[in-house]
Ligand binder design. Structure first.
Ligand SMILES: Nc1ncnc2c1ncn2[C@@H]1O[C@H](COP(=O)(O)OP(=O)(O)OP(=O)(O)O)[C@@H](O)[C@H]1O
Length: 364
């Protein structure tokens, strides 16, 4: 059976990306098609290395080409990725493709734990990831990354001090906690904290990043406003636990991002401590904080429930010991890896469907 490059492209134009509902050729996801009588090779460029549909898309491509070339021709498919962005030409941090705010209504719902594991999982998938810990209420990221006694170094660029983020587990990070000695009781005033956050954007060497996650303080605060006024935020994620008191506060967090003047798209809800499970009996689930709260919140705001993270003793131990749970083999690690894939997918969908978020101009 003879075939040309055009035949292969025609075959691949029958393969649809399930998220974007368009074919891969139209989406520009097929590159470098080469043909010979014995083989066909091409590259599929996904919108994120953490693509949960990677294997399905690869298989669909193989099946489509197989029908055209016949059984004796080798099909070589290279799966690669280029994370999408709406931040091209952004005045601040143009090398950062997506800025993701991680927020919660109530304190202690596990926002930093989730952010830490998401960041590491995204980095493990091959993405370039940064993390800003802006949680002045208790910056816990340095402990969770086992770098609480480290200090980021500073370099001089054109007479200006530029902070070099610390790199741990493949994630570049800066924490507001690095600015204070670990045991000192610094009470951050709003303007001080806001100035520090601005500096993390304007005077830090982030280089090229696919995802920059921002761990925000619980509730709604000056820091939230500073964030949306300083950079256009790609989207926000709300972390909550299932009980009523947490959900009530999560509602407020949602509403803040949805306010007309702020208007940051909500990428979804993460329900942490969704149920307790003993590590050795992962099928036993005890809904100690109630059931279905995260789902109800997501439905109310018409956003996806990105995932449910169980309450597991080892997650707390991992956080305290500075070795994130996602780095260990097991069911909990898989939960965080799936969560990272779902988030990356929502970011890609958001970038395909929305226009750029604007930096917020508030009269204060
Ligand atoms: N899924 C989980 N299973 C077990 N322990 C958890 C889980 N999620 C969080 N924790 C533990 O709960 C405590 C609070 O978590 P974390 O510091 O992440 O919350 P937070 O919402 O960021 O708090 P803050 O209000 O300080 O911002 C930590 O000790 C953490 O290890």
């Amino acid at each position: 059976m003879s075939f040309t490059q055009a035949d292969i492209l025609k075959a691949l134009s029958t393969v649809e990306d399930p998220d974007f509902k368009k074919d891969l050729v139209t989406l520009g996801m097929i590159k470098d098609v080469t043909v010979s009588p014995e083989s066909v090779s091409f590259t599929v460029v996904l919108t994120t290395p953490a693509c949960p549909l990677k294997e399905k898309i690869r298989q669909d491509c193989e099946d489509a080409v197989d029908k055209v070339v016949g059984a004796n021709v080798a099909i070589n498919i290279k799966m690669t990725s280029s994370v999408t962005t709406l931040r091209d030409n952004a005045p601040l941090l143009p090398g950062v493709k997506n800025i993701i705010a991680i927020a919660s209504g109530k304190g202690g719902v596990g926002k930093s734990t989730v952010t830490t594991n998401l960041a590491v999982a995204l980095a493990q998938s091959g993405a370039k990831v940064g993390l800003i810990d802006a949680d002045i209420s208790g910056p816990s990221i340095p402990v969770m990354f086992n770098c609480e006694f480290e200090q980021p170094s500073v370099k001089q660029v054109n007479g200006k001090n530029i902070i070099i983020p610390i790199e741990q587990y493949g994630v570049k990070l800066i924490s507001i906690g690095f600015l204070t000695p670990p045991d000192s009781a610094v009470v951050w005033r709003g303007p001080m904290a806001s100035a520090a956050l601005k500096q993390f954007f304007s005077d830090a060497d982030w280089g090229e990043l696919d995802y920059l996650l921002i761990d925000l303080p619980p509730g709604t605060s000056d820091i939230h406003l500073t964030l949306v006024q300083t950079v256009p935020v790609t989207g926000a994620v709300i972390v909550t636990t299932p009980q009523k008191v947490a959900l009530a506060d999560a509602n407020k967090g949602m509403s803040m991002f949805r306010q007309q003047q702020i208007n940051v798209p909500i990428l979804g809800v993460i329900e942490n401590m969704a149920y307790f499970t003993p590590e050795e009996l992962p099928d036993n689930k005890y809904y100690i904080f109630g059931k279905g709260g995260g789902q109800n919140l997501a439905e109310k705001y018409n956003v996806p429930l990105l995932g449910q993270v169980p309450l597991v003793q080892s997650v707390r131990e991992s956080g305290d010991s500075g070795l994130p749970a996602v780095l260990k083999e097991g069911v909990t690690a898989d939960v965080f890896k799936d969560l990272a894939k779902t988030l990356a997918r929502q970011i890609a969908i958001r970038n395909a469907n929305f226009t750029q978020t604007q930096r917020v101009e508030l009269k204060v």
